[in-house]
Design a protein around this ligand. Structure first.
Ligand code: NAD
Length: 280
């Protein structure tokens, strides 16, 4: 029987736990989010993050900036947030407008407030096996979800589809740290189906609807769908869910799988950064 990996249920438990821990704090953790432009999906993501932060009892600060904001102005605002003692965590919602160099922006965030672990200093630490301040939200959420269902990673063949700095790349590194045998596939991979058929766990983060079809999946494989796509106005992942479901041992739904876990990990990371900054 196929088990649904219920990200919403686990995310609710994690946020409930954070809510309890936050209620006893005199000074609350504070998350600052910068959003530039009016990308409709980004506006919804930021609203959801702010709503969740406030439900937990965190302080939140959203800085909306116009589409034509200059890079200089954006960086100035990050420097100000870096200096604000009450701000524990800084997130810059991606994508940024095309005229802005996202690497300059990410590198400007103080490493101890880099809630996504995107900066080269934090990502580099993770790559080298040192503890960064916090781990990146989406990969951390995926691994937490798999752990919650006692899905073994050690020695398993894991296919990660996608190699972005946000999901695929850090996820591959984190899975290797858990002793998985990882194959990192991408848009130029030639024999994706053969690799997929040899995989115990398939994690798709390509942003390509119907990429993972039933003929890619061997009986009993674990399927994690990170993709968020809109097809005829309907939200869908990368996996052909209805046809893959009967073959899988475990599978994430879209929505309700990885998405809620990403937000829960963002909240957990905000709390962890607060703790690190208030150790003494
Ligand atoms: P990205 O566009 O930066 O990277 C996509 C990656 O997939 C690239 O490495 C590319 O080479 C690979 N790819 C694209 N098409 C492919 C194909 N046909 N075969 C094999 N590889 C292919 O995207 P991203 O930021 O990593 O996000 C990936 C997807 O995950 C998007 O749909 C995004 O919306 C979603 N996402 C979801 C969450 C969540 O919390 N659920 C979080 C982050 C991203």
């Amino acid at each position: 029987m196929t088990v649904i990996l219920d990200g919403r249920l686990l995310a609710d438990k994690i946020t409930q736990n954070l809510k309890e821990k936050t209620s006893s704090l005199k000074i609350k953790p504070k998350l600052a989010v910068i959003i530039a432009g009016d990308n409709p999906a980004s506006l919804i993501y930021v609203k959801n993050k702010q709503k969740r932060a406030e439900e937990i009892g965190f302080e939140s600060l959203v800085l909306p900036m116009p589409q034509d904001v200059s890079e200089e102005n954006l960086l100035e605002n990050i420097y100000i947030l870096n200096e604000m003692k009450e701000v524990n965590a800084i997130l810059v919602q991606l994508p940024l407008p095309n005229h802005i160099n996202k690497f300059n922006v990410i590198e400007a965030i103080a490493p101890e407030k880099d809630v996504d672990c995107f900066s080269s200093r934090n990502a580099g630490k993770m790559l080298c096996g040192y503890q960064p301040y916090v781990l990146p939200c989406t990969p951390k959420g995926i691994i937490r979800l798999l752990d919650n269902y006692n899905i073994e990673l050690e020695g398993r063949n894991v296919l990660v589809i996608g190699r972005s700095n946000i999901v695929g790349k850090p996820l591959s590194v984190m899975l290797q740290a858990r002793n998985a045998t990882v194959t990192a596939a991408h848009s130029k991979t030639r024999n994706l189906k053969d690799i997929a058929l040899n995989s115990d766990i398939i994690i798709s983060a390509a942003g390509c609807a119907n990429l993972v079809t039933a003929d890619f999946v061997r009986e009993g494989a674990v399927i994690v769908d990170v993709g968020i796509n809109r097809v005829n106005g309907k939200l869908t992942g990368d996996v052909d869910f209805s046809n893959v479901y009967p073959k899988a041992s475990y599978i994430t739904p879209v929505p309700g799988g990885v998405g809620p876990m990403t937000i829960a990990m963002l909240m957990e990371n905000t709390f962890e950064l607060y703790q690190i900054q208030n150790q003494n």
